[in-house]
Write a protein that binds this ligand. Structure first.
Ligand code: GCV
Length: 650
């Protein structure tokens, strides 16, 4: 039996009652999409030529910019924007407002807070997805394009409905076969995908391999200052834009985890990125250059090296040296999407370079689509973070744009989450992250609770009580996960390679630069001014706060300091007791989720109910494993028993 793909938050049609007609005065691919979407979203609606009940129209309103829209409800409803893309966002917003029963008394004007709202796919052409846990790639299979355009269209509409406006379609680790994606042989298929996304207002990008001139061009070098190399790229890019004139550009992971880059030729990352920038400029293309550059063959014996310093050390000296169509892409934390990381110190320090912040929708370190981990609290933590530089505004959500010379070349991107699983994200509740990402990137003021509540209303048809239960699970889930994971910001402690489940010393004597340094006295990284000095990469005010044991927030204590197990935290508990308490509580909370969920039997549709019930069993199993391994590990190291005498295995 063929099961229909889950239409997620666009499942229910709105009954328009009196609003049965609309007029649309616009043409082009996005206008055609609007014509297709109107009857899909609104029950029984038809296009008419003259005056419809809803008038969708292009207007001259400079303040709305290229993506904003307004919805006015008078005797006739109007959706206005300066572009068809703005109109498309407008109809999705109208749909949402009606579904959520929100009144449209006054005109609603909406302009996105962040310019770039991108998704990065880590899909490989063999159909696998690096760090993907929701089935195979929707784009590729068996080293070929999958060519299931129906799924791609459904995906594009989900993205556009929450305002996503850019995406890259292949892994940033570009293997031999994907290196060929930029060649003429692949372009017709890349164009097919590009055009589907473009009809939903989304720009398509490719990740490229920096060493392509050698790998597919027959050259001896990939030196960005070599004339032949430049000519290789000129030729590739010219052919690409001949076939796909509205193509977005390239995403580049260089000198990172084995990927080639400019360092090999004694060149800087500015040389590498600007080479692409200069060639792409003629076509309006962009070069998105990742700052995830660090030494991944580190010696754990050498305590002077600190991987956390790498992005800042490599890129801050280059601030102002990048061309205006180059965008730096920076992970939100200095390491790698741990459950708790302080903000990457590049934000706020970087003042003269376009940049976007990188989130991760796929739950690599946070439960791999088997645990509930609603991410808005994580994202709000960083977007609302005050870097405390002595200029205004020093808050991340504002300075992304303010500190980027070209405002349109700033914003957010997130590693994607969807796969061939019928519900897209494997865990039904984790569809909420995809929805939430778009919503929050558009409107940074939205709260975690509001987004979770809206998603729940759009996704399920349930009573107020059931609705509250679901949103409560979502909004508390990040904290729950943090409770039973690696303590106080120390990070990792997960199984090497695949990153699922606990392995406390898994990375401790490895080359990756992610250590916790636990001994019989204490644990943590000394990143203070007496230690690796990582802390000095922040503004003076933040540096003082983190450097001082008394003011460093408990949740980041072990990120910045090495302390003894009997050290008393700001919450007045000893570190060891806090570790025990949190791990018992974390498991307790997952147990409560199970009970709450089971109370929804018969209230929710069977498929969603079963999906989450089954996955909660697995979340509980792994949470118990985290609790017991962490508690036992620290009990063995410290010899300090739990004050409450709970069961800790020895
Ligand atoms: C795509 C981490 C992940 C890798 C990923 C890398 C990156 O190291 O484990 O799978 O590679 O980040 O962001 O480039």
């Amino acid at each position: 039996m063929k099961i229909d793909r889950d239409a997620c938050w666009l499942k229910k049609k709105v009954d328009m009652f009196e609003l049965k007609t609309y007029t649309l005065k616009a043409e082009g691919p996005i206008a055609s999409t609007i014509r297709e979407e109107m009857p899909r979203l609104f029950e029984g609606i038809k296009e008419v030529n003259n005056t419809g009940a809803i008038n969708i129209e292009l207007v001259d309103d400079v303040e709305l910019g290229a993506e904003g829209f307004q919805i006015i409800k008078g005797s006739q409803m109007k959706i206005q924007a300066t572009t068809t893309k703005g109109l498309l966002y407008g109809i999705f917003k109208l749909y949402e407002l009606l579904q959520l029963n929100k009144p449209i008394e006054r005109p609603i004007r909406s302009i996105p807070d962040q310019s770039f709202r991108m998704i990065n796919h880590w899909d490989n052409m063999d159909g696998s997805i690096e760090r993907g846990y929701a089935g195979k790639s929707i784009f590729y299979n068996d080293n070929l394009f999958r060519k299931d355009y129906n799924i791609v269209r459904q995906y594009a509409r989900l993205l556009a409905s929450v305002g996503i406006n850019a995406l890259s379609i292949n892994n940033v680790n570009v293997h031999a076969i994907e290196t060929r994606l930029i060649l003429e042989e692949s372009l017709p298929e890349v164009k097919m995908l590009n055009d589907i996304f473009a009809s939903y207002g989304i720009k398509t990008f490719l990740s490229i391999n920096f060493a392509s001139p050698k790998k597919i061009g027959g050259l001896k070098t990939a030196d960005p200052l070599d004339e032949e190399v430049v000519n290789f790229w000129k030729d590739i890019i010219a052919k690409l834009y001949r076939v796909i004139p509205d193509f977005g550009g390239f995403v580049v992971k260089a000198d990172s985890e084995g990927e080639p880059g400019p360092f090999k030729y004694g060149r800087g990352h500015d040389d590498g990125a600007n080479m692409f920038g200069r060639i792409l400029k003629k076509y309006g293309g962009l070069c998105i250059w990742r700052c995830f550059v660090y030494d991944c063959i580190q010696d754990w014996r050498n305590r002077k090296i600190d991987r956390a310093r790498a992005a800042y050390d490599n890129f801050l000296p280059l601030d102002g040296k990048f061309d205006d169509n180059v965008i730096l892409q920076i992970k939100l934390g200095p390491l790698d999407f741990q459950v708790r990381e302080p903000l990457s110190p590049l934000f706020g320090a970087l003042r003269k370079t376009n940049h976007i912040i990188e989130f991760q929708l796929t739950q690599e370190y946070t439960g791999q689509q088997k645990a509930i981990y609603y991410q808005v609290p994580v994202w709000k933590e960083v977007l609302d973070f005050d870097t405390k530089y002595d200029y205004n505004p020093s808050i991340v959500k504002k300075l992304l744009k303010n500190n980027s010379p070209v405002k349109e070349h700033s914003g957010i991107c997130a590693v994607g989450v969807v796969g061939m699983d019928n519900n897209w994200t494997h865990h039904k509740l984790m569809q909420s992250n995809l929805y939430a990402y778009g919503q929050l990137a558009w409107d940074n003021q939205l709260s975690s609770e509001e987004i979770a509540s809206n998603w729940t209303t759009l996704t399920f048809s349930v009573s107020k009580e059931a609705h509250e239960k679901i949103t409560e699970i979502l909004t508390s889930s990040r904290e729950t996960y943090a409770l039973y994971n690696a303590p106080n910001g120390v990070g990792f402690m997960c199984k090497p390679n695949h990153h699922y489940g606990p392995d406390i010393d898994g990375y401790e004597y490895d080359r990756w630069g992610t250590y916790h340094f636990a001994d019989r006295e204490g644990i943590g990284n000394n990143r203070t001014v007496q230690g690796t000095k990582f802390v000095t990469q922040y503004s003076a005010a933040r540096c003082d706060e983190y450097n001082n044991l008394k003011t460093c927030p408990d949740e980041f204590l072990l990120w910045f300091h090495h302390v003894n197990y009997d050290y008393v935290l700001q919450n007045k508990k000893t570190l060891i007791q806090d570790i025990y308490d949190n791990h018992f509580l974390g498991v307790e909370r997952v147990k409560n989720y199970q009970e709450t969920w089971e109370s929804l039997e018969g209230v929710l549709d069977e498929e969603s109910y079963r999906n989450v019930k089954g996955l909660l069993q697995e979340q509980y199993r792994v949470a118990v494993e985290w609790r017991d391994q962490i508690n036992t590990y620290f009990y063995r190291k410290s010899g300090i028993p739990d004050q409450q005498g709970r069961k800790i295995y020895s």
